[in-house]
Design a protein around this ligand. Structure first.
Ligand code: ZN
Length: 256
């Protein structure tokens, strides 16, 4: 099994790009391309050559760096089929259930629409690694811009079904605001209160709160627990169906 070097790179105001490097072959992938400058600087500092960009969705803060990176590197850009025509940026397109290979390692494509209709997540089963961009955040989830709450809930359930130990990289450092919201929804969740305290301490030192894990999110993220009785009770929604609970939580967060 490949042993990848992974660098989580802050970009723009609160985005992350993630560089995945295989020391054996030299292959290096960037998960999304929020901004070419910090990605190029990091690659140069490490002596890495960019070979792939894996795009999760069409939003400008995930794709704006593609064109300048293409000018600097002989790179293959892989992105969702659903936004291929609109963006005109991809060399290869993917849909749900596709299997790619990166540096000899399997990459599974999971369509996770809701935030946008084209959104995909990338899962490396051999490495227990997932790149979920703006579908799932630490203690949060993406705003539902193009899909419906039901669509987003189905997408989150797909990610929740990944192995507990899966290490999850997200598109933004939104965790502190998400934590304050989650605590407001579920003040009696002890695991959440512990985690919120850790997050406040990390952010006070300007340290990243990501990556996270599926297990941690299942225990503390209200958006993954719309079918959890404890959460429905805390919202005064005992007996409501999960999509209704999810839509309520998402709506409260939008107004928080
Ligand atoms: Zn987005």
């Amino acid at each position: 099994m490949a042993d990848f070097d992974i660098v989580q790179l802050p970009a723009r105001s609160d985005n992350y790009a993630v560089l995945v490097h295989d020391p054996a072959s030299g292959a290096t992938a960037s998960i999304d391309a929020p901004d070419a400058a910090p990605i190029k600087a990091e690659l140069e500092a490490r002596g890495w050559t960019l070979t792939h960009i894996l795009v999760t969705h069409k939003h400008l803060d995930h794709v704006e760096g593609i064109k300048p990176l293409r000018q600097a590197f002989d790179v293959t850009v892989i992105g969702p089929q659903k936004s291929a025509a609109e963006t005109g940026l991809y060399d290869r397109t993917v849909t749900d259930g596709d299997h790619l290979e990166f540096a000899g390692t399997e990459v599974q494509v999971i369509e996770t629409p809701g935030h946008t209709l084209d959104h995909v997540s990338y899962f490396l089963p051999g490495q227990k690694l997932a790149f979920v961009a703006d579908t799932l955040f630490a203690l949060g989830c993406g705003r539902v811009f193009e899909g419906t709450p039901e669509m987003m809930w189905e997408s989150l359930k797909k990610l929740r079904a990944l192995p507990d130990e899966t290490v999850v990289y997200c598109g933004h450092e939104y965790t502190l605001a998400n934590a304050e919201f989650a605590v407001s929804v579920e003040p009696d969740n002890a695991a959440l209160a512990d985690r919120a305290a850790q997050i406040r301490a990390l952010r006070a030192e300007d340290k990243p709160t990501l990556p996270t894990t599926i297990k941690r999110e299942k225990e503390t993220n209200p958006f993954l627990r719309a079918d959890d009785r404890g959460l429905a009770d805390a919202l005064g929604m005992a007996g409501a169906d999960p999509v209704t609970v999810f839509a309520e939580v998402r709506g409260r967060k939008d107004r928080f």
